[in-house]
Every structure is written in C-alpha cells, then in structure tokens.
Design a protein around this ligand. Structure first.
Ligand SMILES: *Cc1c(COP(=O)(O)O)cnc(C)c1O
Length: 401
C-alpha cells in the first residue's frame, strides 16, 4: 500500500487523458434511448454511485464523484457522499436515520450548528444528550444513530471512538472528524459506521469553498444518503468538488505545519499571565488518545482569558490574526464561541460543555509562527494591562472612599 502522503496526492487522479481533472458543469446529459434513460434514472435515484448515463446533475456529477472517491480512499471507505456544506451532510444523515428509528443519542460537546439542529426537533427526531459514560442507558430500541465529535468543537475535548462504538452495540455511530481530518484520524478503522467532515474547513483549506462529506463502508447507508441527496438536493457544486479534490493533495503537509505551529503557540499560551486555561489535545489526555486514536494533536487550540471583556479586548487588538469563525484556512483565525459558533446552544448547556464567556478558539494557520505569537501576545498583553488597571482602579477607589 502506498504511503499516506502518496495516497492523498494520487487519489482519484489516474488518467491518461489529463493531469488536472476536468471540470464538468453540465446540468443534463443527452440520452436518446428511453430504456437506457429509465434504467439509469432508476439506479441513480435509488442510490447507485453511477449508472450507464449520469442523466441529470442532481443525480450524478463526475467532478464531484472524483472528490468522493479520493476522500473515501483516504478514509479507508468504499463510499464518499458529498454535500453542499457540512450541515447538509449532517442533516441528510439525520433524515436517513429518522427513517430507521425516531431516536438519536448525541454526545456533547458538538459543533453549535449540529447541537442546535438536534435540539430543535429536526426530522421529528427525539434526541437524548449523553456522555460516553452513560451512553448505554440512553440507548432505546428505536435508537437509529449515535452522534459524536472528536476533537470536539470548541473545547477540543477528545472522546474514545472505540469505547463509544462498543457501548453503542448494534447502533451505528457517526463521528464528526472535521477537526482531525483524515490525516490524523480514521474513525471507520475504529468501528464507526459513518464519518462526516465539514470540508469547508481543512479539506478546502483556503477559506474559499463550502462543502461536506460522509464516508462509509456500509452499502445501505451509502445508497440511502445518495438517494436522500438526490431527493433533497443539497448538492456540492462541481467547482466545490474540484477545489476540495485539489485541497486534499496538500492536506497532510498543511496539517503538519499548522500542528507544529500550534504546539509552539500552546507552550507560550500556557505561561502567559493573561491566559487562565489552555485546551489542546494531549494536554490533559488521561485516556492516552493522542498517538493512538489521533496520530497528532492537530492545529486547533482553545484558551481562556479572565472575562468576556478581556476576550473582546483580545479580538479587537488583533493585527495579523483574522477575527472570524471557521477554521482550517491558511491564515490564523480567532473567534469567541459564546458569541458566534455556539451562540445558539442554550446558555446552561453551553456552560456545561465548557464554553465559558472567556473562551477563545484559535485555528492555527501556516504563517511564520513567531508572527502569530507576536500578534497574539500583543493582544493578550492589552487584555492583561486593562485588567490590572481596572484592579488598581478599584483599589484606589477603596483607598479614597
Ligand atoms: C463547521 C463545522 C460543521 C458545519 O459545516 P459547514 O460546512 O459550515 O456547514 C460541522 N461540524 C464541525 C465540527 C464544524 O467545525
């Protein structure tokens, strides 16, 4: 078997006809033969990956199919099913699940958008939020799916995939592996039935394309997901498919550099006086999952400052780092989860999964790491000085009262 980097570069790129794959924007394909037309439509609408004729772009697109094949190859999956966004991939999975049972078990913390959809009664689903420890009690006869995320957004909490799969028994497990990417973690190899990525993040890697993908070895799930996509139309545009397939080639080298930058920054954050806590896979890894489940800690870092006001000071002071949501881009991004990604999660639930008012989430980019640190350190210093000044102010008040 080829080495990992080789697989990322060559997956679904073998052709005598081209070096870079062609882009196919057709919405429809000519089929004069009505029997062939009927057969092809039937196969594709029922979830076949391809048919003698592609018929219509909501059923099949060759450019998108190449990205799906490549992603499946690096996830050790037989099938990849791409969608317009990560949320389109997740909601299609939930809709397929709702046809199999009315109950879902979800392990928090989760991406705020996923948490919000699960809490909103989407698809008529009943959702029990559980922990890995009480998962078995949460299962019911009609539980169709267990949903988990590791490392979890935004606190970087790690969950043992193998342990969850074991506890779930016959119930399929879906792992949102967006933060880890297929470079650092392959959930299907650990027994998960479905792995989901927001391809908008690391796979695209340049902040200019949205997409989502589900990979699986389960034939029924793959066919149902394709059929659901054809029915609901949450398609990945061919240009998106092209860019994501291109992004996959540099994913290992981007992750390696971003991860090494992240390790450098974590060391410095740990000893900064304005930082009250740092969350990074491997720092409090009592389960020993970094090096086993994940081959490295990744490049997402969360840290806490004293208050929401201090977080605001940091955000405003940034000169190089982009103050924005999303992650996995070439540039470093910083955001405040309580205001943005996790605003839609109820305050009580938010606090329970560790999203404090002073929590900031850093997506470490590929810049020269000293430049990232200089920017962050200057912003943190402002938060620290303000806090000290305020404290001194209070002390003075008291003195003169
Ligand atoms: C961003 C994200 C999603 C949603 O993906 P979109 O492409 O924005 O729809 C889902 N899960 C995780 C972990 C994410 O970071």
């Amino acid at each position: 078997m080829a080495g990992a980097d080789t697989r990322f570069i060559h997956a679904a790129r073998k052709s005598d006809a081209w070096h870079a794959p062609p882009l196919d924007f057709s919405t429809t394909y000519p089929i004069p033969d009505m029997t062939e037309a009927a057969n092809s439509l039937h196969q594709l609408a029922h979830g076949a990956p391809m048919a003698p004729n592609a018929v219509y772009a909501r059923l099949h697109n060759p450019t998108v199919a190449r990205f799906e094949e490549a992603l499946a190859a690096v996830e050790y999956a037989n099938h990849g099913i791409a969608f317009a966004t990560g949320m389109a991939a997740i909601t299609a999975t939930l809709l397929v699940a709702s046809g199999r049972g009315k109950h879902i078990v979800a392990i928090r913390p989760l991406y705020g958008g996923t948490d919000h959809v699960l809490s909103s009664g989407f698809g008529g689903l009943e959702v029990t939020f559980a922990t890995p420890e009480n998962l078995t009690e949460a299962l019911r006869d009609d539980t169709a799916l267990v949903i988990m995320e590791t490392p979890a957004n935004p606190t970087l909490k790690l969950t043992d995939i193998k342990a969850v799969v074991e506890a779930a028994g016959d119930v399929p497990v879906m792992v949102d592996s967006t933060f880890a990417t297929p470079v650092l973690q392959q959930p299907l190899e650990l027994g998960a039935t479905l792995v989901v990525h927001s391809a908008t993040k690391y796979i695209g890697g340049h902040g200019d394309v949205m997409g989502g993908i589900v990979a699986t070895n389960d034939e029924d799930w793959a066919a149902s997901l394709r059929s659901m996509r054809a029915g609901t139309g949450g398609l990945l545009h061919p240009l998106g498919g092209y860019l994501l397939h291109r992004g996959l080639q540099t994913l290992p080298v981007r992750i390696e550099k971003a991860q090494s930058n992240a390790q450098f920054l974590v060391e410095r954050l740990l000893s900064h006086p304005a930082v009250t806590a740092v969350h990074f896979p491997g720092l409090e890894d009592s389960q020993g999952l970094v090096g086993t489940q994940m081959s490295g800690p990744g490049a997402m870092v969360a840290f806490e400052v004293a208050s929401k006001a201090a977080a605001q000071t940091v955000m405003t002071a940034l000169q190089l780092i982009t103050p924005a949501v999303s992650l996995g881009s070439t540039d470093t991004l910083l955001q405040h989860p309580a205001s943005l990604t996790h605003q839609l999660v109820e305050e009580h639930d938010r606090q329970e999964c560790g999203v404090s008012e002073g929590l900031l989430r850093l997506s470490v980019g590929l810049e020269t790491v000293e430049d990232i640190w200089d920017d962050l350190a200057a912003a943190l210093a402002m938060a620290h000085t303000r806090r000290r000044r305020r404290r001194r102010g209070l002390a003075l008040d008291r003195q003169y009262r």
